[in-house]
Design a protein around this ligand. Structure first.
Ligand SMILES: [Zn+2]
Length: 323
């Protein structure tokens, strides 16, 4: 199965859509074309990676464009054989005086609902607060997410540059609002930060899932703690290579995490920027990390179990697992 539990909306901008939106805004095409402009050149660090993702931000300055990009993301995921897509985005990045947080969240939800209706593939939106935004902004994002919680908006996340903004305690109020609204909780942690960031995120934010967690394996005590707590880690091997969290994709710590008893699910993080979608990430598990059928089966079961799904959709995916 292809259950995509860690993917950013900004990582799905079609180059053709970028070109058409740019034409409408009178922005000249980059010399090598939009596909090249959006794609990462090679492995660097998290800061450089996020700068490349930010190259997509100008395309999110209209609500109809945001809705279109969200719809196309779901359609493209379905066309790529995916069975479920959880798409995360930080509304505060795309809101301004003309577009409020609630309007941005609603535009993404509308687009995703339309994409799911057209493709038949279920999807869910995960609203993210960003590490470099102030507490008041992130609390306002949490309130917008809580107000929209329902059929499409299903989760809440903390994203951004962990190397420069490592604290979790300051985001506790926002996560409290999201938890009270029944949203599933996840957090990017130990991607650029150290292993202890995972337990810190659980302590302050109450998350059940961790994004990346690549450095969790650096500390045996923290690794065992995560396994004992039943934590789910969303792994994105190719992304971790591009952010410099791991030297080679073949060195990805997913196998070590799995052997330590940590439950794993898979994501493609930013497929446009890395050039690797979820099907390719699953091939990485088999071809580079030598995962066998039992390991993939455990991944599928953890994915259906840990996804921020409506009960009816979860039951349908569970039925497919057993078929
Ligand atoms: Zn991410």
């Amino acid at each position: 199965m292809l259950i995509n539990l860690h993917s950013h909306l900004e990582g799905w901008l079609r180059p053709e859509t970028a070109a058409s939106l740019a034409r409408e805004a009178g922005v000249p095409e980059p010399p090598a074309g939009w596909a090249r402009a959006l794609r990462l050149d090679g492995p660097a660090d998290l800061t450089a990676y996020l700068e490349k993702v930010a190259a997509s931000y100008p395309f999110f300055r209209r609500l109809d464009a945001i809705e279109r990009i969200a719809r196309e993301a779901v359609e493209d995921a379905a066309a790529g054989g995916q069975d479920y897509l959880e798409l995360r985005f930080g509304p505060a990045t795309h809101a301004d005086d003309d577009r409020g947080l609630a309007e941005v969240v609603a535009a993404v939800a509308r687009g995703m609902a339309a994409g799911s209706a057209a493709s038949g593939m279920p999807s869910g939106a995960v609203v993210a607060v960003l590490r470099h935004h102030d507490e008041a902004t992130n609390l306002a994002v949490a309130r917008a997410a809580a107000a929209a919680a329902g059929e499409v908006v299903c989760g809440f996340d903390l994203a951004g540059d962990e190397s420069r903004f490592p604290r979790h305690d300051v985001h506790a109020p926002a996560f409290g609002v999201a938890a009270a609204a029944g949203l599933g909780l996840t957090c990017h942690a130990a991607e650029a930060g150290e292993a202890a960031a995972v337990a810190d995120a659980v302590r302050w934010l109450g998350v059940s899932r961790i994004g990346h967690g690549a450095h969790l394996v650096d500390d045996a005590v923290e690794l065992a703690r995560a396994a004992d707590a039943g934590l789910v880690v969303e792994i994105c091997p190719t992304s971790n290579h591009f952010t410099g969290a791991i030297g080679r994709v073949a060195d990805h710590p997913g196998t070590a995490m799995r052997r330590a008893g940590v439950r794993l699910v898979l994501g493609d993080d930013n497929p446009m920027q890395t050039g690797s979608d979820l099907a390719a990430e699953r091939r990485v598990l088999v071809e580079e990390l030598a995962w066998d059928a039992a390991a993939l089966d455990a991944l599928d079961r953890a994915s259906v179990d840990a996804a921020f799904l409506e009960p009816a959709v979860r039951r349908a995916l569970e039925a497919r697992l057993e078929a």
